[in-house]
Design a protein around this ligand. Structure first.
Ligand code: SAM
Length: 401
């Protein structure tokens, strides 16, 4: 006989504890306060790495102030137990894979529901003591490329870039470690081949190199591809002078640069259809992992037709622009699903730091590709907006029209 399932609050707390211990807790919110303090609105709990230890940050949100406390993981979990169902009558557990919701109805009966996850890995950086996946060995290039000073401080004006580099490494780590052992994991019999397309000044290329070498501990060859020869020369020199012989930079275009094998494709902030060119290169090479942060989604804007009911709203330029961004990136994600990838779309970094914050990640799956159901999803979205051509569809020879 199978054991009785746990009652909803206990099942919710067990899921919170498991997510926190396994590093999958994105955040936890407790609402509908029932305690004695009438000014309390919500409790927000996030994982954080402080002085090398996993902790939980509790933020008690009051009407006019927040009270924040960091607690060691085990103690934090202990403190949560008596709150759920007693002091708070609603809870949301956010993980990359699922969102679990605990709600009490008016009669006080609890109910658990499960929905799709956030897609994004937990962000455990702390404002004061940031957890860094980049190794200490990265200090040389961070200084060399002007992100930090010789004393290791982040240079003025480069805090967003610094944050972005670290967040990129966290996401890469999440993708690489989540795939370990899966049929489509990265190769183990040869170095992992990584290409950073449109690498610019090489921040993320250096970061990817150091991640594989020092954090993942896997041999990797990392290439930056960049159209501007001056940037290529600077990056080459920095790689040579810091002794990174498996990190190279080449002048070329995303669409035509020569690449040997390709396992991990990175293209952040490659303008407009350059993101499609990069994705197509990744798919055509059978790369296991793709990470792109699109920007300047202009291609579809001029030809976008308003779906029924949206004509009046889409007279406004700003809504047209946002729809063009949405449709362009949503089509990319659906096309990647069709091409055999499990795809996630999420905010890469908070909008308070940069507007170019959407990230699409994709992991090649071992299951079926190019199914009719996935093709219909692509066609349904394209036809709703009257789209007959899209660069990634063309590259992947997907007939839109
Ligand atoms: C906005 S920067 C981003 C740099 C880097 N990926 C990052 O996020 O830090 C875009 C870079 O891509 C390069 N680029 C744009 N289109 C390209 C193409 N089709 N082929 C190669 N490089 C390209 C530009 O020269 C520029 O250096």
């Amino acid at each position: 006989m199978s054991p009785d399932p746990l009652p909803p609050p206990e099942a919710f707390l067990a899921a919170v504890a498991a997510a926190a211990r396994e590093g999958r807790l994105v955040k936890l919110t407790l609402g509908k306060p029932r305690g004695v303090d009438p000014t309390l609105r919500q409790l927000l709990v996030r994982p954080v790495r402080l002085r090398g230890a996993d902790q939980l940050t509790f933020v008690w949100r009051h009407e006019r102030r927040d009270v924040t406390k960091n607690l060691p993981l085990a103690e934090g979990l202990r403190r949560l137990a008596p709150l759920v169902g007693a002091e708070f009558h609603s809870g949301h557990l956010f993980t990359p894979e699922f969102v679990l919701q605990l709600e009490y109805n008016r009669r006080g009966a609890p109910r658990l529901t499960r929905g799709p996850g956030t897609g994004a890995p937990p962000d455990t950086a702390h404002d004061r003591a940031k957890r860094r996946l980049l190794p200490a060995a990265s200090q040389d290039w961070l200084q060399r490329l002007g992100v930090t000073t010789p004393s290791g401080a982040v240079r003025e004006g480069l805090a967003d870039k610094h944050r972005q580099i670290h967040r990129f490494v966290e996401i890469l780590h999440h993708l690489v470690s989540a795939g370990a052992g899966a049929a489509d994991a990265l190769p183990t019999h040869r170095p992992v081949e990584v290409a950073d397309m449109g690498c610019g000044k090489g921040y993320l290329t250096f970061a990817a190199h150091d991640y594989f070498r020092h954090v993942a501990g896997r041999p990797a060859r990392v290439r930056g591809i960049e159209a501007r020869p001056d940037l290529v020369a600077q990056c080459q020199q920095a790689a040579a002078e810091t002794g990174r012989d498996q990190l190279t930079f080449a002048e070329g275009t995303i669409a035509s640069a020569s690449l040997p094998a390709l396992d991990v494709l990175v293209a952040l902030h490659a303008c407009d259809t350059a993101t499609d060119d990069a994705l197509a290169r990744g798919v055509q090479a059978g790369a296991a992992l793709l990470l792109v942060a699109p920007c300047c989604q202009h291609e579809l804007r001029a030809g976008l037709q308003a779906p029924p009911g949206l004509g009046a709203a889409l007279r406004h330029g700003i809504f047209q622009e946002r729809h063009a961004e949405f449709v362009t990136d949503a089509l990319r994600a659906l096309l990647l699903e069709w091409a055999g990838y499990d795809t996630k779309v999420f905010e890469f970094i908070s909008t308070e730091h940069t507007a170019k914050n959407l990230m699409i990640t994709a992991r090649r799956r071992s299951g079926p590709a190019r199914t009719e159901a996935a093709a219909q999803d692509v066609r349904a979205l394209a036809s709703a907006y009257g789209i007959r051509t899209h660069t990634l569809a063309r590259h992947l020879t997907f007939p839109l029209a």
